[in-house]
Design a protein around this ligand. Sequence first.
Ligand code: HEC
Length: 194
Amino acid sequence: MKMTRKKIGLLLSAACLSAFALMACSKDNPVGPEPVDPTLYLPADSLRAVGATAFANNCSGCHGMNGEGAQGPAVGNSDFFMNNRQRVINLVLRGNVSEPRYIDTLVVNGRIHLGGGMPAWHDVLTDKEIASILTYLRSVLNDSTVVSCTSGDEPVCTKVARLPAAMAVDTVAVWEVKKVRDSLLANGVITTTP
Ligand code: HEC
């Protein structure tokens, strides 16, 4: 019997249907997913739990126990915090104090902060701790979205409550922090890790 393309195809699919051959015949990913470091993909609830304590210990002194702001601006219900994901990860790692060329002016809920007060955490906190704090802030202390604010010394903001379901899945992953840290290290902006 002459083996036409069609017949070979039929034979192969028959073989693939047998339970043992299924894996070997899968076209897309015969060897399974790429191995990944599980510590870079921690679940949201474990990040939130670590973040609550790490925030209280390291940040609440300047930003308030509920992120309402004190010496530092609000990080709870903060438009800057929620709208500048990469910039915030960057700011927490490198701080905003030491090198004039990196000093960043921020507008938080209608109020201008010239910079010079936010310490660097790259050599104090691990990627996991920073991801945990930012996840805690995004999912617990930012329970409202700031829609708009007046400007000036005493801005008035319009806020809309966020749905608990949206907050529950709002995370900053450990790998995101690691990626920013790696690029800051590669560019020599920071040179040390904890
Ligand atoms: C010594 C006081 C101090 C401590 C401690 C501190 N911050 Fe800040 N932070 C500031 C100040 C002041 C600013 C405003 C920018 C500036 O002056 O550099 C700021 C700005 C920020 C911002 C951006 C603006 C906003 O409100 O959204 C974030 C986010 C932030 N800090 C997060 C943190 C986190 C997370 C920690 C703890 C790991 C922390 N800060 C600890 C003083 C502090």
